[in-house]
Write a protein that binds this ligand. Structure first.
Ligand SMILES: *Cc1c(COP(=O)(O)O)cnc(C)c1O
Length: 402
């Protein structure tokens, strides 16, 4: 297999990605190995996806078992893994009903379509407006780039769906000024992930809930990145004590197997009536069998508490590193979704630290030009946290030395 090289990427792939130089071929827990057998510590988890690390025995077992039974039926029939996962999701969340799809963007697409249709059925076509926040990220379909609050993802793809406006994140007064009887939904990430790991203020989410109720609009929480234990809570909105009407989840839900879901209450589910929406692969038995194994692991006693404790350990380690170099302006986030904003003089250089860390054997992420981001496995061993932070320390020393 090793005749396959990074250079071939440019020959055979559309250039919308710029992958790193190494090609990982194997993973176990929070460690990954490349084609040359070089070992890396993983603080990235495939962008907050492999929340139980690589090759977790329970997930591998679930995939193998289902793989030998039944792969696919389509939604002309239901299947046992989909029913079991939907039941589990409704047990561990506020939601009464579940729609399965294959990605975060598809979950948001379903949520936005549900909101439009729900408003249409209740109040007619003029109640179609969607309010989102600047800096948000909701996926790459036309509807979701339009809902997203970053203009760069829309450039050159217009016309994109209309009827969508944006207010500054955490600006309740702006939301109050924008919302009206014509608002179908407000969509918010409880913590903006791609936009820089920016947590919502509690008052903003509480205020959004109240304004949605007053205006008969749905509150949608995009928990594609913050969900499934990432923050030390099953879903981040539980930390805030604010409950949405609709929630979207993907990334960690499959632990690396593609799956997404839109969760909602009984009050709104009927609006997505027979024939109004669908997905060939949504509810696929393989994906749902793995998703159920993920939830069974994450709901085991101590896992969420462990993620919170590991988050504290990261913070202590990062404080110690910053005491040496003074390049972190702020460490923020919740649980194991960690954003490290660099001081002004270092703005634009998060990618330099990422590159130096990779060179040193540590996989990290960025969230925009100024924020280094970690989203490791929720069960990363403490020894791997220590070893990874030591590699980060060395990498920063190299970047500082120039
Ligand atoms: C990653 C992400 C998405 C998009 O998910 P895909 O699976 O890439 O479509 C949507 N919303 C948020 C908050 C995300 O972090």
């Amino acid at each position: 297999m090793s005749e396959l090289t990074r250079d071939q990427f440019d020959e055979v792939m559309v250039p919308n990605y710029a992958p790193g130089k190494i090609i990982p071929v194997k993973g176990e827990g929070s460690r990954v190995w490349d084609q040359d057998g070089r070992e890396y510590i993983d603080f990235a988890a495939g962008i907050a996806v492999t929340a139980l690390g690589h090759a977790h025995p329970a997930l591998v077992g679930a995939l193998k078992e289902q793989g030998e039974k039944l792969w696919h039926l389509s939604n002309v029939m239901t299947n046992e893994p989909a029913l079991a996962l939907a039941k589990k999701l409704t047990e561990v969340t506020f939601a009464d009903k579940v729609f399965f799809c294959n990605s975060g963007a598809e979950a948001n697409e379903a949520a936005l379509k549900l909101a439009r249709r729900h408003a249409f059925l209740k109040a007619g076509e003029q109640k179609h407006e969607i309010i989102s926040t600047y800096g948000s990220f909701h996926g790459r379909t036309l509807f979701t780039v339009s809902a997203g609050g970053q203009a760069k993802y829309k450039e050159g793809f217009e016309p994109t769906p209309g009827g969508i406006s944006h207010v500054p994140y955490n600006d309740l007064e702006a939301l109050k000024a924008q919302i009206s009887a014509n608002t179908a939904a407000v969509i918010v990430e409880p913590i903006q992930g791609e936009g820089g790991v920016t947590p919502a203020e509690k008052a903003f989410l509480e205020g959004a809930r109240k304004l949605c109720d007053e205006n008969d609009a749905l509150l949608i929480f995009d928990e594609v990145q913050t969900g499934v234990g990432r923050t030390g809570y099953m879903y981040a909105h539980e930390y805030y004590g604010v409950t949405p009407d609709v929630l979207t989840t993907a990334k960690a839900l499959g632990g690396g197997f593609p799956i997404g879901a839109m969760l909602c209450t009984d009050a709104v589910a009927p609006s997505l009536s027979f024939g109004t929406h669908g997905s060939t692969y949504g509810g696929n038995p393989l994906a749902c069998a793995v998703g159920l194994a993920v939830l069974n692991e994450i709901t085991k006693p101590g896992v969420l508490e462990g993620a919170r404790a590991k988050g504290e350990k990261f913070r202590a380690g990062l404080d110690a590193i910053n005491a040496k170099y003074g390049i972190f302006k702020e460490v923020r986030g919740l649980g194991l979704l960690i954003g490290i904003e660099l001081v002004e003089e270092w703005h634009g250089r998060a990618k330099d630290i990422l590159a130096a860390a990779l060179e040193n054997g540590l996989l990290t992420l960025v969230a925009g030009p100024n924020v280094l981001r970690f989203a490791p496995s929720l069960i990363i061993p403490d020894a791997d946290i220590d070893a990874g932070l030591a590699l980060l320390d060395e990498a920063i020393a190299k970047v500082v030395a120039g």
